[in-house]
Design a protein around this ligand. Structure first.
Ligand SMILES: [Mg+2]
Length: 423
């Protein structure tokens, strides 16, 4: 019988912020979204205060302040690095791992000796991640991915479990599923929950009991698979090799609206550089590039302009210089004075392997030089911080359009100058 685990970091961003700040161990911690708008992570203390996920910060600022909360802007460089460390540890513990999100991974444990005692295995995973990385995780185990995810939910809900739960035994499962609202089942969510509830399907157990023919009659086949997985029969296996990315999007809302082309040029250049970096991370070339600009659709009284345009690159490339030239050429054509733009973005498409994009006319030595240069730029930026090497059109240092990140924590793990000092 197959067996899976779902490992999930508890309150990931908040726990990440605490990692290098032991003084915050017992203080409430929140992390805010881009531009410090909404709450995107809460420590347990903040959850206990009743502050909901996604709440605009200004609405709960007073409550948080009087509770002595430490408030952070999102520090993605830190989270991405810690995420990679967690995944590396998990890969040492299980033969196959599927990274499901920045802080969650499925482990295929089928055939693993440790599984004579799954709860003990879960506790070992917790201990290893804690000692290797320093972050707390919860572990859910079950014969299907859907049940492993539910077990993880149970592990988090009830402190009695100490963050590990298993739904392998059918008897235990039937009882546990009765207490879980159907909307908490992976793949149900808000999408189907309301319709299911109208049919009297309120708990995960109700969904498992619903006849297959009835589900197929009323819902997409994906929900029939979910129900089958709740019954303990696996329909999904581990997808360890994620399909190659089809496109790369780099887009952000500005910290303040842009009214001057010079600022827009800097922002577009910045996003093009980031997108190119991510493209090289996938080992692919891009064949086409799109630029889009947006005014604020919520300000109905203001003039609106939301242009976008794409261009096919003369030859597929992963060279920042080529992508920058193309992006700025399009941005210049899209730009119209008199508007207050709040967002811009770059999309790279027609991603392909370098081999597939070569033909009779490919200048291989120019390609090799370009790859060498980009490799060097990426290596320096990885080592010394993202803007150690910049391109001429990029702006160094602060600018009004940059995201507001007033409470950003140091890049503890990715910038030498931000290394924590132990006295
Ligand atoms: Mg999590």
């Amino acid at each position: 019988m197959p067996i899976y685990a779902l490992v999930d970091v508890n309150n990931f961003y908040a726990s990440a912020e605490r990692l290098f700040r032991p003084d915050l161990a017992r203080r409430p911690v929140v992390v805010l979204s881009n531009n410090d708008g909404c709450i995107v992570a809460r420590s347990a203390e903040v959850k206990a205060l009743g502050v909901p996920m996604g709440e605009p910060y200004f609405r709960v600022r007073d409550t948080l302040q009087s509770a002595g909360t430490a408030v952070f802007s999102s520090n993605y460089a830190l989270y991405a690095d810690l995420s990679a460390r967690v995944m590396r540890t998990l890969e040492e513990l299980a033969p196959a791992v599927e990274v499901y999100s920045i802080d969650e991974a499925f482990l295929d444990l089928t055939g693993l000796d440790a599984l004579s005692d799954p709860l003990e295995f879960g506790r070992q995973v917790q201990a290893r991640v804690l000692s290797d990385v320093g972050l707390p995780v919860s572990v859910g185990i079950g014969p299907t991915k859907t049940l492993a995810k539910l077990a993880n939910y149970i592990a988090k809900q009830d402190p009695q479990h100490n963050g590990v739960a298993c739904l392998r035994e059918p008897d235990r499962r039937t009882k546990a599923l009765k207490n879980i609202p159907v909307k908490e089942v992976w793949g149900v969510g808000g999408r189907f929950a309301e319709r299911l509830e109208a049919l009297g399907v309120r708990s995960a157990a109700d969904l498992a009991l619903l006849r297959d023919s009835r589900i197929r009659q009323l819902f997409p086949v994906t929900l029939a698979r979910t129900a089958e997985e709740l019954r303990g029969r696996a329909c999904h296996d581990l997808d360890s090799e994620p399909a190659p990315q089809q496109q790369i999007i780099c887009s952000r809302t500005f910290g303040a609206p842009i009214r001057e082309y010079s600022a827009m040029r800097e922002a577009v250049a910045d996003y093009a550089v980031r997108a190119a970096e991510r493209l090289r991370g996938t080992g692919q070339y891009a064949g086409a590039l799109t630029v889009f600009l947006r005014t604020n659709p919520h300000l109905a009284a203001e003039p609106q302009h939301t242009p976008s345009a794409s261009s096919r690159l003369p030859v597929p490339t992963a060279d920042t210089r080529d992508l920058l030239t193309a992006a700025l050429h399009i941005a210049e054509q899209l730009w119209q004075p008199g508007y207050a733009y709040i967002k811009a973005g770059i999309m790279l498409a027609e991603l392909q392997s370098p081999a597939a994009s070569a033909d009779l006319f490919t200048d291989h030595s120019a390609r090799a030089r370009s790859e060498q240069l980009m490799h060097t730029v990426d290596a320096i930026n990885r080592r010394h911080g993202q803007s150690a090497v910049t391109f001429g059109v990029q702006r160094r240092g602060p600018a009004g359009w940059r995201m507001r990140r007033k409470n950003l924590s140091p890049a503890y793990t990715t910038r030498w100058s931000d290394l924590p000092v132990v006295r």
